[in-house]
Every structure is written in C-alpha cells, then in structure tokens.
Write a protein that binds this ligand. Structure first.
Ligand SMILES: [Zn+2]
Length: 272
C-alpha cells in the first residue's frame, strides 16, 4: 500500500529544534514543521514558553510563517508506572504540557510510553494509561511514541503497544490519542522495519508523526542513540520505505543543527 509518488514527494520534513525561536529554526531549515520542548525535558517543573513574545506571539508567528509546531513532552513523564510519586506528577505535567502546547497552537504533543517497574504486571501499566487519558483534557492530539529500551517498557514491543491502545480504546477521548513512530527506537527496540508500519497500523489504526532517525546501535540492542541518516545501522532503503509507508509528517531528531538537518532532509527526500 505505498502512496503514489506525488503524495510522497509532498511529505513534510522537519526537525527537533531549540525552543527559543522555533519558527526561525524552521525557516533556516526550510522546514514546514518543527518539534521542540517547552522547558526542561528532564524536570517536573512544568512547561515554559521561551519565545520572546510568549505563547500568543509564537502561535501568531508560526501561523504567519506556515510552520506546524509539535511539542515533545519531558522524558521523565511516565503515566504508566505503579510508583505514585512519579505517576501523579507525570499526569499533572502531561496536562500542563497539553495546555501550553494548545496555547501555542501545536498540532500535537508527543510523549513516550513509559514503563512499569521490574516485576510489575504490565496490565497495570495499560490501565494506568487508560486512567491518564481519562484524567486529561486533550485539547490537542496526544501522540504516544514507541521507545527503544527496557523489558518493562509500555511501547517498545508491539504486544505492549497493543495493550496500551486496547486499554485507551475504551476512553471517551480515544480519537485524540495517536501514534508517533520513531524509526531508531523501532530498530533498536527489536521491531522489524520491514513490517513495523503495517504492524503498528493494525494496532493503532494511525501513525500521526514519524521520528526519522538512524541508529548507532544494532537491531534489538535496546539502546537509544540516534544517528544522522545513512550513517547508522539501519538499511537506507528500509528507512526510506518506512517513512514512505507511514505517509505522515517527519521530524528528524538527528545529531547536529541546521546544516546536518538539511543534509538529512535532502538524503531522505532523494529516496522517497
Ligand atoms: Zn523520537
């Protein structure tokens, strides 16, 4: 079910950028979309809009420039965990980020699937996901991303992704929950890139965004180290095929800044 060449050539390719002026970062990359953090990606402190004019000004600037904004939630958000001292603040942080991302007019908030603790029944994590969705006012789509490592992860293996999405399917806001497919994480997490798009679609019914990254590590290594496209361990044709099949906007989370991202976008565009 490959899209036609006309559709693929129109795939939007952007990058993860610094948060002080994401619109300028998009323009320097000639990118129609960018992703960034709002505040500290490692802390529970809550979102912060660093853009000089604040949230409303960033929203206006992005609209004016025709740039789609995506926000990545802090890495420490883990709504699946059985640890109350992490799960409760994670839910709060998730709502705060949804609110802040909605204020800047973002198209979606990307969040990692999280994990349960060693020895925990994964089904408790699935149910915690359901509770988190029920407890959150999803003003914009929440895109759950697959992760690379950990045996207790909620979204490393397909079976677990299915558990999360099955649990969420009962929620009133289920249609506001989508999926972000990270190619490095899929490869390093041990999911065949030959079939991952079809496998994910069979579970989620949708792929809203692709994080297109090469991997410094081998298949099923469990390591999360992104590489520039063509310089890692993922087969070049396979990487391009995943992007083509997914047919969703692309965010590069590869090392470097403007020059490297432009080179990666060119590399990808040549192969689509
Ligand atoms: Zn990613």
């Amino acid at each position: 079910m490959s899209p036609t060449p006309d559709q693929t050539s129109a795939l939007a390719i952007g990058a993860h950028v610094a948060q002080s002026d994401p619109v300028r970062e998009a323009q320097s990359r000639r990118a129609p979309l960018v992703q960034f953090f709002l505040g500290d990606p490692q802390g529970f402190k809550g979102p912060e809009v660093e853009y000089a004019g604040g949230a409303a000004a960033l929203r206006a600037a992005a609209e004016e420039a025709g740039v789609d904004l995506y926000v990545h939630a802090p890495y420490i958000v883990n709504v699946a965990t059985t640890n109350n001292r992490i799960r409760i603040p994670s839910r709060k942080l998730l709502q705060q980020h949804i609110d802040a991302a909605a204020e800047i007019g973002a198209k979606g908030l990307i969040v990692h699937g999280g994990h349960v603790n060693k020895g925990d029944d994964p089904s408790v994590g699935f149910d915690n996901w359901r509770k988190a969705i029920d407890a959150t006012d999803l003003k914009i789509p929440l895109l759950i991303e697959n992760t690379a490592g950990g045996d207790n992860a909620m979204t490393r293996y397909l079976e677990r992704i299915a558990g999360v999405f099955d649990a969420i399917s009962a929620c009133e806001q289920a249609d506001m929950v989508g999926f972000c497919l990270d190619t490095c994480h899929a490869h390093a997490g041990g999911n065949s890139l030959e079939t991952v798009v079809a496998d994910v679609l069979a579970i989620t019914g949708r792929i809203d965004l692709v994080h297109c990254n090469d991997s410094r590590d081998d298949f099923d290594s469990g390591a999360d180290r992104h590489a520039n496209l063509g310089s890692g361990r993922i087969d070049a044709d396979l990487l391009a095929a995943v992007v083509r099949e997914a047919g969703a906007p692309v965010v590069l989370e590869t090392p470097g800044a403007t020059a490297e991202h432009r080179a990666d976008a060119d590399w990808l565009r040549e192969r689509l």
